[in-house]
Structures are given as structure tokens and as C-alpha cells.
Design a protein around this ligand. Structure first.
Ligand code: XIL
Length: 441
């Protein structure tokens, strides 16, 4: 799926169960099918700070290392949440001032620890009741609504380049809960609180997925100037499954993917687990399950094919021009966020068996470490490069900053160059920066 998602400029992610990374089937799928990973549990407060002020980074570090090995984004989940809190916090009694400090210290320490390595953070998770009022979490009860702004400010200070999200469930369509969230986000924006995105968990039910309603709701949040993302997608059914349910599930997965792909500010889709064998659903919703894209034997289900097809149809790959009957007429092959970066990819010299290329990427955002990616024609390889460190897998080249050019100001440029062997590169090759496809500049 990763390959199909790439040209759309969106990420396809999964939740990673830390305990399963030693299973080679699981690990293989996680590494090859996804371009983003979220820790299913390893970055939650109870895992990270089991005793006050004592941090355990083992699981989070394993995730980050896995992502770096596989050239994946990391979606951090989650800094402040009423659930999966450590006992000392859950049961302890603290003054309001003390609780606020505990919270901001936790945010500062964790976001600081992964500064530059986590591209997105769920700063606050599940702050709302179903009726759109605030959930009476320990934080809300003692600190009121202001805990949310404080958490975002602490996260921004700790990692200025991470995109900061608020995340929730049952907010995918317009309803009382998403209206409450919408009003909060409007207030945060108007107060200048550093929030970048809204995550829609999307724990959905087969036969109960309204794609256009999801699209419309994502769009109203995007219209506030925010990124949106599908962060925990699974679509459950009453078990056992049968082929009718599996086909409906595939249509439902497709509907969610199409909704995201139709909203240019929707940066990607994370599925909450790979296989039905490992999903949290049966343990939480008795009698329900089979909610994932792979079955209990790690075989891809119709839902997997549907997700992949959604990306492929939106991606504008070779042959996907206006004459391609599979092409949607209203989907120009445009970068996801035309404002994020622009790239100039110039072949300055070419000969029968090689070429010299220079690449300049302009970014609208300040960067603290960068990763650029592009593809070369089949058989063409990078022979040597400068102003970055180069790696190639198949025809896909990844360039990360050199020690001396990782820091770039907002509006600044990154330049690197290389020589190819086995043939020439192509002028104007598309480049992405940090997983975002850049506009041709
Ligand atoms: C779930 C995990 O999948 C389970 O392994 C864990 O026992 C409980 O939490 N919303 C969230 C996720 O934000 O963190 C939850 O993950 C699922 C619901």
C-alpha cells in the first residue's frame, strides 16, 4: 500500500504492537506496507513514566528505531489522556498547581526526548464526552479547559517542528461531539494556541460508514487552517465474518480512504493494527472483531485491496493521465500541500551512462533535520552525492541532511547534488520532503 500511497502525498500508517516486532511476518508487513507508524501502547503515559519522574523509553525508542530503519514517519501517541495513566498519577492527590506542573513536565520531557524524530503528536486525546461537553478527566476537573492549551504550548516549546494534534473518536461525522471539538479548536486558534491538526480515530462499524459525511466533516476542520488525519482506523463486525460482511467492510474502508483523499489537508490514514489476530477490538467490544485489513493468518483481506485501490486511483502514477478511464475527473495530480515545499530537480550534465543532478528544495517550515525522497528511472543508481547522506532502495532514493545543513529556517532552502550511474536522471523529477510531496518550483 505504501507504494500506492506515496504519489498521493499521504501517509499510510499502522499502530505497532511493540511485543510483536520480533515476529518476522508481522515485522515484514509493518516495514513494507506502511510509511508511518504509531505506538499502540508504548508511548502512553503509563508505559513512559511508570513512577513519577522516572522514564522508560525502551518501547518508544524501539518504535523510532524501526521507523528510521524503514524510512517511516512516526506518529506520537499520546501525551495527555485520561486513560492508561500510571497509578501514581491516577490515584495520587495533587494540588492544581502541582498537577499542572506534572502534566507540562511530562509533555516537555517526552516531546523533548523525541524532538526531530516524531513528526506528529497526539498532544491531547479524547477530551470530549459524546454530548460535546468536556470529559471529566482528572486534568479537566482540576485545571479546567486550560489544561489543553498548556499541553499544546509545552509540546511546541519542546519540539517546534512536530505537528501537534488533538485526537478523538466518534468525531468523524458532524454530531454533538465533533461540534464541541470544532468549537474548542476555533477557540484555540483564536487564542494563538499552537495546534496544527485534528485526528479522527475512526473506530467504525461495518455497514455504518458514511464517506461523504466524513469528507464534509474533515473539510470543515481543514477550513480552519488545520491538517486532519485518520489516526486509528478499524472497521469491526459481529463475528464470525462471512464474505458478504468482508465485501461490505472493503467498501467501508474505501469510503474512509476516499474521504481523506478528497480533502487536500488530510495528511494520511493510520490503521489500528495489522491483523485481526492482534486487534484490540474483540477484547473491548465483545462479540465483535475482524476489523483489520489482514486476517488472523496475516493474509490480506478485501479491505486491504480496497485501501490500496483507493490510493492507486488517487495517485496519478504512470498512465494515470486524463485519458485513463480509472482517473477521477476532478482529481488533478497535485501535491498534497502545495505550500509545504517546492523543489527544483535539475540535470546539469548527462552522458550515455550517467548524469549530474542538483536539487534545491524550498521549505515554508523551519526544519531541524530533513529527509528528501525521489525516484530514479529503472536501473539508474546514485554513484556519489554531496551535501547529504544518500541511500537507495530499488529506484527510490532517500537523502537526509549532512551534519552541517540540517537546520533550515522557514522559507529557506536545502540543496544537495549527486552523480548517477547506469543512465541519466530526469529533469523535473518529483521530490518529497519529510513525506510531503513538493510542488515543482
Ligand atoms: C488501545 C490499544 O489498542 C490497546 O492495546 C490498549 O489495551 C488500550 O488502548 N483510542 C486510543 C488508543 O486512542 O490508544 C486505544 O488503543 C484505542 C482507542
Amino acid at each position: 500500500m505504501r507504494e500506492e500511497a506515496e504519489p498521493t502525498g499521504r501517509f499510510i500508517g499502522t499502530a505497532i504492537n511493540d511485543g510483536l516486532l520480533s515476529n518476522s511476518t508481522y515485522r515484514g508487513i509493518a516495514a513494507t506496507e506502511f510509511s508511518s507508524v504509531t505506538a499502540e501502547n508504548a508511548m502512553k503515559w503509563d508505559a513512559v513514566e511508570p513512577q513519577r519522574g522516572q522514564f522508560n523509553w525502551a518501547g518508544g525508542d524501539r518504535l523510532v528505531q524501526f521507523a528510521q530503519q524503514n524510512d517511516q514517519l512516526v506518529y506520537g501517541h499520546t501525551l495527555v489522556w485520561h486513560s492508561q495513566m500510571p497509578q501514581w498519577l491516577q490515584n495520587g492527590s495533587f494540588s492544581n498547581t502541582e498537577l499542572r506542573t506534572i502534566m507540562t513536565d511530562h509533555v516537555t520531557t517526552q516531546a523533548g526526548r523525541y524532538r526531530g524524530q516524531v513528526q506528529r503528536w497526539d498532544v491531547v486525546n479524547e477530551a470530549f464526552n459524546e454530548d460535546g461537553t468536556f470529559r471529566q478527566s482528572k486534568f479537566y476537573q482540576q485545571l479546567g479547559e486550560s489544561y489543553i492549551a498548556d499541553a499544546f504550548r509545552a509540546a511546541r516549546a519542546a519540539d517546534p517542528n512536530a505537528k501537534l494534534f488533538i485526537n478523538d473518536y466518534n468525531t468523524e461525522v458532524r454530531n454533538a461531539k465533533s461540534d464541541g471539538l470544532f468549537r474548542l479548536v476555533q477557540r484555540l486558534k483564536s487564542q494563538g494556541v499552537p495546534i496544527d491538526g485534528v485526528g479522527f480515530q475512526s473506530h467504525l462499524i461495518v455497514g455504518n460508514v458514511n464517506g461523504p459525511a466524513i469528507q464534509q466533516n474533515l473539510q470543515r476542520f481543514a477550513d480552519l487552517g488545520l491538517e486532519v488525519a485518520i489516526t486509528e482506523l478499524d472497521i469491526r463486525m459481529r463475528t464470525p465474518s462471512d464474505s458478504t460482511k468482508l465485501q461490505q467492510q472493503a467498501r467501508d474502508y474505501r469510503a474512509v480512504a476516499d474521504a481523506c483523499l478528497a480533502v487536500s489537508a488530510c495528511s494520511g490514514i493510520t490503521v489500528w493494527g495489522i491483523s485481526d489476530r492482534d486487534s484490540w477490538v474483540p477484547g473491548t467490544f465483545p462479540g465483535e472483531g475482524d476489523a483489520c485489513p489482514w486476517d488472523s493468518d496475516y493474509r490480506p483481506k478485501p479491505a486491504y485491496e480496497a485501501l490500496k485501490a483507493a490510493f492507486a486511483d488517487a495517485g496519478g502514477g504512470p498512465g494515470d493521465g486524463p485519458d485513463d478511464p480509472g482517473d477521477e475527473p476532478d482529481e488533478p495530480d497535485e501535491p498534497d500541500d502545495p505550500n509545504a515545499c517546492t523543489a527544483v530537480f535539475t540535470v546539469s550534465n548527462r552522458w550515455a551512462t550517467g548524469s549530474v543532478v542538483s536539487v534545491t528544495v524550498r521549505t515554508t517550515q523551519a526544519l531541524n533535520g530533513w529527509r528528501a525522497e525521489f525516484e530514479l528511472p529503472a536501473g539508474v543508481t546514485v554513484a556519489n552525492g554531496w551535501n547529504g547522506s544518500f541511500s537507495q532502495s530499488g529506484n527510490r532514493v532517500t537523502v537526509t541532511n549532512a551534519a552541517y545543513n540540517g537546520t533550515v529556517q522557514a522559507g529557506g532552502t536545502v540543496s544537495f547534488g549527486f552523480q548517477t550511474g547506469g543512465g541519466s536522471a530526469q529533469d523535473g523529477t518529483a521530490v518529497s520532503l519529510g513525506g510531503q510531496r513538493c510542488a515543482a518550483g
